[in-house]
Design a protein around this ligand. Structure first.
Ligand code: PEP
Ligand code: MG
Length: 323
């Protein structure tokens, strides 16, 4: 099996009936690009930029960040790199940026909420990203967007920094896609509205599951609720993908679910455009996708969304359709 996967390194990610999708890698630092390309990644679907902040002893400078983003886009050689702006808070802390003590850090001051509040930090990051965009195919997404206003505010700051750089004669790409993570149920429910403004969505199932089931993603006692194949989650995912397609936009997924071999047939049926995962899962997922027929998978996902009542029923149905 390993040998079969290795042969797929330079093959396309295409289903048995010819539907092309993109298989990307999740990375934490530009050094991870090598493992991504070694495993046949067609994109970086998630660059968790907060690792640049966590690996430093003070806020990383614009130049330091620029070098890191530039290295990543150059390493991917023209393939898209989606950089997520700083996602600090929740379980991720910075020693040099004390966050308030909160009862519920996962429901508190984190990610885009910090960025919109601490615009000094946010603008520095956006400038570094804009400058790096001249060296490859860079896209940007904002984490933990809950409302249309948050997206519009973040995008407006991006446009301001872009205009300033252009006025200063700095070279920046003119077609940077600006999208958002879909990891809050409220956003998933108004995906049709958000799709008018965002160039793409990337579904963060790690958080979307936790927030939709109200079950901490790291708490063993409630882990029975933390289920990717739950019909309620599938309905949210369907709503997100359909809304993006309605506006001519695309949807990816960068949570763990994207590389889950039971979930992939369902996601293919729901019309997911891009699957981003740890590099080591890419080739086996490509192998699986090449055996799937999207018409059949659509029948599977339609049934899962409309008829199934439980996670177990969904899993059984997937086996019926794929074994
Ligand atoms: C997610 O929430 O699914 C995600 C990809 O982001 P993170 O795991 O970094 O929160
Ligand atoms: Mg997340």
């Amino acid at each position: 099996q390993k040998a079969e996967w290795a042969r797929l390194k330079n093959e396309q990610s295409v289903t048995a009936d010819g539907k092309q999708v993109t298989l990307g890698a999740n990375i934490g630092t530009p050094k991870d690009v090598e493992a991504a390309t070694d495993n046949g990644a067609e994109a970086v679907g998630l660059f968790r930029s907060e690792f640049l902040y966590m690996d430093a002893s003070e806020l990383p400078s614009e130049d330091d960040q620029f070098e890191a983003y530039k290295q990543a886009v150059e390493g991917m050689n023209g393939k898209q790199v989606v950089v997520r702006t700083m996602d600090i808070g929740g379980d991720k802390e910075l020693p040099y940026l004390p966050l308030p003590d909160e009862q519920n850090p996962f429901l508190g001051y984190r990610a885009i909420r910090i960025s919109l509040d601490r615009q000094d930090i946010f603008r520095t990051q956006l400038r570094a990203l804009l400058r790096a965009s001249a060296y490859g195919r860079l896209a940007i997404m904002f984490p933990m967007i809950a409302t249309v206003k948050e997206f519009k505010d973040a995008k407006a700051i991006f446009e301001e920094e872009k205009a300033k750089l252009v006025a200063d004669g700095v070279k920046v790409s003119d077609d940077i896609e600006v999208g958002m993570m879909m990891e809050i149920p409220a956003a998933a429910m108004i995906a049709d509205k958000l799709a008018k403004y965002a160039d793409f969505f990337s579904i963060g199932t790690n958080d979307l599951i936790q927030y939709s089931m109200a079950a901490d993603r790291g708490n063993e006692r409630v882990s029975y609720l933390y289920q990717p194949y739950n019909p309620s989650l599938l309905r949210l995912i369907k709503n997100i993908i359909d809304a993006s397609h309605q506006e001519g936009k695309w949807t990816g997924m960068c949570g763990e679910m994207a590389g889950d071999q039971i979930a992939v047939p369902l996601l293919a049926g729901l019309g997911l455009d891009e699957f981003s995962m740890s590099a080591t899962s890419i080739l086996k997922t490509r192998s699986l996708l090449r055996k799937l027929d999207t018409t059949k998978m659509k029948e599977l996902s339609d049934k899962a969304v409309t008829e199934c009542e439980t996670t177990e029923e969904v899993v059984d149905l997937v086996h019926q359709y794929t074994d």
